[in-house]
Ligand binder design. Structure first.
Ligand code: BES
Ligand code: MN
Ligand code: ZN
Length: 489
């Protein structure tokens, strides 16, 4: 596994910790703190020389490498405006420091928590950044000339428990990234089920997997319809974590596990079709959160559900015009086989609505290209039925710096997914409000009075952002931090 999976913590003198480099922060006023001067002294005034040469600006996200006397190495990370230190600046700093270690082949680093980073969440974010920034996906490289993975990092100062928590959450994100980055011929529905079982075993969860025959018999006609074009065995995966009182309502997480989306008979254009291996990133969110839950062991009940299949074409595939019956008995006219994510989620949401009495349900899906048109790769589109749930999500979004933006689910949009011959159709009005149409369709499968929110992560699940704790062009594991915060794990 190519990422740091453990961090050390110390509250002692950083000079006593054996590391190959030290990382220290500076604000953009460039005033020298005692901590900074201490590192400067050890480096034979290397830092003040770099400052004098104007190499350091102190902007949040900036990480500069400074070589001092006898080859001693320091990383200087920017913290932005003094008095306005925020957790995201420290997450970026951690990420940048780990990236600099890997780039410069430095085995280990001591990360000095700024003395004014007093909140526990500051320590958590720095830990998340260090782990996430160390992540590299190289499991298919057999001939990389020059592979390098850093070995260790120690956070000096701050709060130890928060460092452990940040490490656990980031490990959940890295697990999700690994599964998500794997191609469709490796990350199959069976692979998702195996990951779910492994996580379940380590966290005392009950994991149940229905195969094609079983879920078809049970009445999951929408998942069965999408899966009809593939011989790769589809799965319906259920993870039950019961850490709270038996009678306590569970929080339900549902993730789209479409392991490859060709579009089916309504086939996609070939450009970038390879990216549709990422169409299971919703299930990655569920696995990543459940991995963190397995280790944090919160006293609450959490259910994870993953409907999983490929979407292929061929003589067995479902067709445009077909009518499918979902698990809740509603009929769906399929007008485009490429709008398959909402179909498999329909069965999952109906199943969860029937079998649990959820406190709330949230689903994650790379559902629409339209969300990228609306929000780019900057924010996740959210929409749902419950104001207080959505407000809580917005608040966790602010805390964790994973941006969300709410779309309305007005009645007019619900009208647009009504079918002439069935209850609903799987597309909305042509060329209009595509992401909302997806949400409006899903709402038909959410049990009455269950607070629900849909996350369209098609723009945020894999990378286009220059963020030190992301890797451009690969899976991000976005919204796992948000969901862990939302649940109060
Ligand atoms: N998985 C895609 C959505 C997607 C597209 C995610 C591009 C990321 C990048 C989804 O299954 C899909 O194909 N949606 C269609 C819906 C349409 C046919 C109503 C889309 O967005 O074009
Ligand atoms: Mn599709
Ligand atoms: Zn899809």
């Amino acid at each position: 596994m190519a990422h740091l999976s453990q961090l050390k913590h110390s509250s002692g003198d950083w000079r006593k910790i054996k590391s190959d480099a030290v990382a220290v922060g500076i604000y953009d006023d460039l005033k020298l703190t005692r901590q900074f001067q201490g590192v400067n002294r050890e480096l034979g005034r290397g830092l003040s020389n770099a400052l004098a040469a104007n190499l350091i600006k102190g902007k949040a996200g900036e990480v500069k490498t400074v070589v001092g006397k006898k080859g001693a190495i320091a990383f200087v990370f920017g913290m932005g405006k003094r008095g306005k230190l925020n957790a995201e600046a420290l997450r970026k700093a951690g990420g940048g420091v780990s990236k600099a270690c890997n780039a410069n082949k430095i085995d280990s680093v001591s990360f000095l928590m700024p003395v004014d980073a007093k909140e526990n969440y500051h320590s958590q974010a720095a830990a998340e950044g260090l782990v996430l920034g160390s992540y590299q996906f190289n499991e298919f490289k057999t001939t990389d000339d020059d592979p390098f993975d850093m070995i260790g990092a120690t956070i000096i100062g701050g709060n130890k428990k928060a460092v452990v928590k940040g490490t656990i959450i980031a490990n959940g994100v890295c697990l999700a990234r690994n599964v998500e980055n794997r191609p469709g011929n490796v990350a199959t529905p069976t692979h998702l089920a195996e990951n779910a079982k492994e996580i379940g075993k380590s966290g005392g969860m009950k994991v149940t997997v229905f195969d094609r025959e079983k879920f078809t018999k049970m009445g999951m006609g929408a998942l069965a319809g999408v899966a009809s074009g593939t011989e790769v065995p589809p799965k319906f995966i259920i993870m039950e974590y019961m850490g709270g009182p038996k009678k306590q309502k569970p929080k339900v997480l549902v993730g789209k596990g479409l392991t490859f989306d060709s579009g089916g008979i309504s086939i996609k254009p070939s450009a970038k079709m390879d990216e549709m291996k990422y169409d299971m990133c919703g299930s990655g969110v569920v696995l990543g959160v459940m991995k963190a839950v397995a280790e944090l062991k919160p006293k609450m009940n959490i259910i994870g559900i993953i409907p999983s299949t490929e979407n292929m074409s061929g003589d067995k595939a479902y067709r445009p015009g077909d009518v499918l019956t979902a698990y809740n008995g509603k009929t769906i006219e399929v007008l485009n086989t490429d709008a398959e994510g909402r179909l498999i989620l329909a069965d999952a949401l109906s199943y969860a609505s029937k079998y649990y009495d959820p406190e709330y349900m949230i689903d994650f899906a790379t559902l629409t290209g339209a969300v990228v048109v609306a929000l780019g790769h900057v924010a996740t589109g959210i929409m749902g039925t419950d104001v207080s749930l959505i407000n809580a999500i917005k608040s966790s979004s602010k805390t964790t710096a994973e941006k969300v933006w709410e779309f309305p689910l007005w009645d007019e949009y619900l009208e647009q997914v009504k079918s002439k011959i069935a209850d609903v159709k799987n597309v909305g009005a042509p060329m209009q409000a595509g992401s909302i149409a997806g949400g409006a369709f899903l709402e038909a499968f959410v049990g009455e009075d269950i607070p629900w929110c849909h996350f369209d992560i098609a723009g945020t699940a894999w990378g286009d952002r220059d963020l030190s704790y992301h890797n451009k062009g690969s899976a991000t594991g976005e919204v796992i931090r948000l969901v862990v915060d939302l649940m109060g794990v």
